[in-house]
Ligand binder design. Structure first.
Ligand code: IPM
Ligand code: MG
Length: 369
């Protein structure tokens, strides 16, 4: 038996439990086939947690997340909790996990599968072969900056947030981007709005300094966030690794996701820094899509983003590159056979439920051996 890998599974809200159900089956298969010893512990997060405990993440669950070898998250949120105070909203649970685990580097690959080329709203020649890695800073910036809130000043009401970054916060995420680029095509585009924001000027300076000092073999360019959005739909093939702050990364990754045809296909990994004593890297894996409350419980959700997130877990947390390759291949084969969930459905293809899609991946895995 290999050493047990303790996975905390937080399915969350909406379609979260359905898509995680399929991941569980893939994990069971891996345990059987590879003797990989994944031990799953399940717990609540988001609205599901709020309904039971009155908070979106309990201290006990957070402690479990710290103790686990990796966390797999489904999705959080839904209209049911719209009137709940901000600090208890489902999203607050997710943000707390990211912050408390210090998961500063969010890797969001946007990969266009050949079989899905027609699912994109862009022309096939624009998106064919696309392989972009967005590295989003995840634990700082305007998502967490203080002060934030509402105020009355001279009788006028205000709402405000603070965009703030320290040099180490920028440096460490840029490092992740440069290191990834080394294993890819060696190109990084750093994105901010240095034309209007002081923190953007600072971001650019810190990234450039690190580049000059340690990564001059990497081709670095800088781009304003609005231009980057435009370039992503105009000519996405120009990008390899994009590194950007928390808010721009949120926006740009949704945009990049749609190049691939559906948000339902995109996985992500959120990583922290290596513990100098244990060597462990805190990690959480989640699909980029949300909780899709409108289709929850109907078996319509696409489990592939979650299954691909699990594949990222194999690769980044457990050095199981061969197994991850096999899983990615199984997903590609399923798509090549014309099997689709509703979100990526197109003419002449065969529509499957969430469960049947998970099943189809298992069948392909079995074939690959
Ligand atoms: C994401 C989501 C989250 C974010 C929400 C659910 C808080 O949009 O992971 O991209 O804004 O980071
Ligand atoms: Mg988002």
């Amino acid at each position: 038996m290999s050493t047990p890998k303790n996975i905390l599974m937080l399915a969350g809200d909406g379609i979260g439990p359905e898509v995680m159900g399929e991941v569980k089956r893939v994990m069971d298969w891996m345990n059987d086939k590879y003797d990989s010893s994944f031990v799953i512990e399940e717990d609540l997060v988001g609205g599901a947690c709020y309904d039971v405990h009155g908070v979106a993440l309990t201290d006990e669950t957070l402690a479990k997340a710290h103790g686990a070898d990796a966390v797999l998250l489904g999705a959080v949120g839904g209209p049911k909790w719209d009137d709940v105070a901000r600090e208890h909203r489902p999203e607050a649970g997710l943000l707390k996990l990211r912050k408390e685990m210090d998961l500063f580097a969010n890797l969001r690959p946007a990969l266009v599968f050949d079989a899905l080329i027609d699912a994109s709203t862009l022309k096939p020649e624009v998106v064919r072969g696309l392989d972009i890695m967005i590295v989003r800073e995840l634990t700082a910036g305007v998502y967490f900056g203080q002060p934030r809130g509402e105020d009355i000043r001279d009788g006028v009401a205000y709402g405000f947030d603070t965009q703030i970054y320290s040099e180490p916060e920028i440096d460490r995420v840029a490092r992740v981007a440069f290191d990834l680029a080394k294993k890819r095509t060696g190109k990084v585009v750093s994105v901010e709005k240095a034309n209007v924001m002081e923190s953007g000027v600072f971001w650019r300076r810190v990234v450039s300094k690190l580049h000059a000092a340690e990564y001059s073999d990497i081709e670095l360019s800088h781009m304003y966030a609005d231009n980057c959005c435009m370039q992503l739909v105009r000519w996405p093939g120009q990008f390899d690794v994009i590194v950007t702050d928390n808010l721009f990364g949120d926006i740009l990754s949704d945009c990049a996701a749609m190049l691939t045809g559906s948000l339902g296909m995109l996985p992500s990994a959120s990583l922290g820094s290596k513990d100098p004593v244990t060597g462990k890297i805190p990690a959480m894996y989640e699909p980029v899509h949300g909780s899709a409350p409108d289709i929850a419980g109907q078996g319509k959700a696409n489990p592939l983003a979650s299954i691909l997130s699990y594949s990222m877990m194999l690769r980044y947390s457990f050095d199981m590159g061969t197994a991850a390759d096999k899983l990615d291949q199984a997903v590609q084969n399923v798509l090549a056979h014309g099997l689709r969930t509703a979100d990526i459905m197109s003419k002449g293809m065969h529509e499957l439920s969430t469960r049947a899609m998970g099943e189809a991946v298992l069948v392909e895995l079995e074939k690959l051996g």
